[in-house]
Design a protein around this ligand. Structure first.
Ligand code: CP
Ligand code: NVA
Length: 312
């Protein structure tokens, strides 16, 4: 494994990290997963503390970070943003300064990416993005870990993302491009990924030998794909748009007919939570191609590797 120095680094967006750095964390994640299975001690962060600021709900992110920190010998604190003075007007800057005196790392889930960037700029400790409106980099780490675990490689893997070109799509697209995979997104008109992010992904793909394609036809994207990926059609904070989104995204559901177009080795991924009958059918979610439960489990292992790599 290539030795890379990651102590003290933030993880704010996949694009901030080099491919070698991502691979380092992924390899550690595989090793930590094996150690946990074999009950081998891996307390790399004995006595360290992680603050977890949540401004949106969470099941996987909250539990996997908290349990992960416990496995590593440290402690995690759940900090509901509304219960902090942050919710009463204390600035991000002052919050960052004070938390840096108590904690060894901060994980934050919030709305604006700029708030996470500001927190990281003002904090003396590593900041990890646990989801913003624009990105979900920790999810992408678990996603690519699951792809390699199931398919054995990144080279030549064709990943088709179907549905809303959202935060999950953005982080997955850049991660796939950095690791040399062929990524295609099929989204309705008006639901495509951010052009800047597509630009980063295309640049990364050029360097890695991967590719990034955008389109509107879910069947064309699914044809021969090794990974079919979807996410909710209505993300947190978009609840008022739900009726329109259900109508516009109707043709992008992953069902058995779409899975039949994919390659023989194809797996289905979904970051969860799932809405049966909307972006994915219950049959596919629980079907033989689904790798979503491993994918959810891998949030734990990949984030343990991330924390062990960046927290001093
Ligand atoms: N996939 C994901 O981030 O799940 P939670 O919203 O439950 O954390
Ligand atoms: N795109 C979804 C992901 C949930 C994990 C959201 O932002 O709500």
């Amino acid at each position: 494994m290539i030795a890379v120095a990651l102590k003290g680094r933030d993880f704010l967006r996949v694009n901030d990290w080099a491919s070698d750095e991502l691979l380092f964390v992924l390899e550690l994640a595989d090793r930590l997963k094996a150690r946990q299975r074999e009950h081998i001690d891996h307390r790399h962060l004995e006595g360290r503390t992680l603050g977890m600021i949540f401004q949106k709900p969470s099941t996987r992110t909250r539990v996997s970070f908290e349990v992960g920190m416990f496995h590593l010998g440290g402690t995690a604190l759940y900090l509901a943003a509304g219960d902090l003075q942050l919710g009463r007007g204390e600035t991000i800057k002052d919050t960052a300064r004070v938390l840096s005196r108590y904690l060894d790392g901060i994980m934050i889930r919030t709305f604006a990416q700029s708030d996470v960037d500001e927190l990281a700029a003002q904090a003396d400790i590593p900041v990890i993005n646990g989801l913003t409106d624009q990105f979900h980099p920790c999810q992408a780490l678990a996603d690519v870990m699951t792809i390699r675990e199931r398919l054995g490689e990144f080279d030549g893997v064709r990943v088709a993302y179907l549905g809303d070109g959202n935060n999950v799509c953005h982080s997955l697209m850049v991660a796939c491009a950095k690791l040399g995979m062929d990524f295609v997104a099929a989204t309705p008109e008006g639901y495509g990924p951010d052009e800047n992010v597509v630009g980063w992904a295309r640049e990364a793909a050029e360097a890695s030998g991967g590719s990034v394609e955008l389109g509107h036809d879910p069947r064309a994207a699914a044809q021969g794909a090794d990974v079919l990926y979807t996410d909710v059609w209505t993300s947190m904070g978009q609840e008022e748009e739900r009726d329109r989104r259900l109508r516009d995204l109707e043709a992008y559901r992953i069902d058995d007919a779409l899975v039949a177009l994919a390659s023989e080795r194809a797996i289905v991924l979904h970051c969860l939570p799932a809405h049966y009958g909307e972006e994915i059918t219950e049959e596919v979610l629980y079907g033989p191609r689904s790798a979503v439960w491993d994918q959810a489990e891998n949030r734990l292992h990949s984030q343990k590797a991330l924390m062990a790599s960046v927290i001093r």
